[in-house]
Design a protein around this ligand. Structure first.
Ligand code: ADP
Ligand code: MG
Length: 238
């Protein structure tokens, strides 16, 4: 059985269909990139999977169980937002512990799990600071820690590296891959950067205007693009 299945997933804003009948299966432990130009529906897809918005049609399943109607904190998913979206008035520790508090985990356990997670991303020395006192790369690691502390089985990453400089981006790539292996996470990584998708993923899903154009390994997408759109987008010229 697949870890995550999208079946006919569709989202309209007014009359504008931004995600159109998406069908996709992802296996446990797979790292999948959603690759496509700005506005093609990538973030909307992640927001539906994480439960922040409801699809107009279609079904989302995890381990064969239909989760389409469940609220975000009742799903086995975590979303890392594009702009980190840390709470500015809360300390780093409270930011990371937020999801556990929402899940009514007791205080002592929250403290323990937050400390362990902050150690893992090497930020335990900053736990009493506020987000505004941290660099972009540090804030992004806090956002990752906050997503992982609830033990999600599916991690959703919305362009997590796009605000970082090149050196930090390389570091974060390794960090994400290490954490993925450690927790055997199923990851969906949204990006408009073809190189990033090709380097990181087991499987690449190429999206265009709310549709899936092609699904394949990075090699398949790169060596055998099935359309002009994909060829142009991954930079292959025939
Ligand atoms: P991507 O993440 O691929 O850049 P999005 O999923 O953010 O694309 O957006 C897809 C399309 O849906 C865009 O045209 C965007 O303007 C539109 N859209 C996204 N969110 C909303 C919303 N809340 N209301 C109306 N239109 C939206
Ligand atoms: Mg987006």
């Amino acid at each position: 059985m697949s870890k995550l299945t999208l079946d006919g997933l569709t989202k309209k804003f007014d009359d504008n269909v931004v995600v159109d009948n998406l069908n996709l299966s992802i296996e446990e432990g797979e790292f999948v990139s959603l690759l496509g130009p700005s506005g093609c529906g990538k973030s909307t897809t992640l927001r539906m999977i994480s439960g922040f918005i409801q699809p107009n049609q279609g079904e989302i399943s995890i381990d064969g169980q239909n989760i389409t109607k469940l609220p975000p904190n009742k799903r086995d998913t975590s979303l890392v937002f594009q702009n980190y979206a840390l709470f500015p008035h809360m300390t780093i520790a409270d930011n990371v512990g937020y999801g556990l508090k929402m899940r009514k985990v007791n205080k002592q356990e929250i403290e323990q799990r937050v400390n362990d997670m902050l150690k893992m991303v090497r930020l335990d020395h900053l736990k009493d600071r506020f987000p505004g006192q941290l660099s972009g790369g540090q804030q992004q690691r806090v956002a990752l820690a906050r997503a992982l502390v609830v033990n999600p089985s599916v991690l959703l990453l919305d362009e997590p590296l796009s605000n970082l400089d090149a050196k930090l981006r390389d570091e974060m790539r390794s960090e994400i891959l290490n954490l993925q292996l450690k927790f055997n996470l199923t990851c969906i990584f949204v990006t408009h950067d073809q190189e990033e998708a090709l380097v990181l993923s087991d499987k690449v899903v190429v999206m265009d205007s709310g549709h899936i154009r092609q699904i394949g390994t990075p090699r398949e997408i790169f060596d055998s693009p099935n359309s002009h759109f994909t060829a142009d987008f991954v930079g292959v010229r025939n």
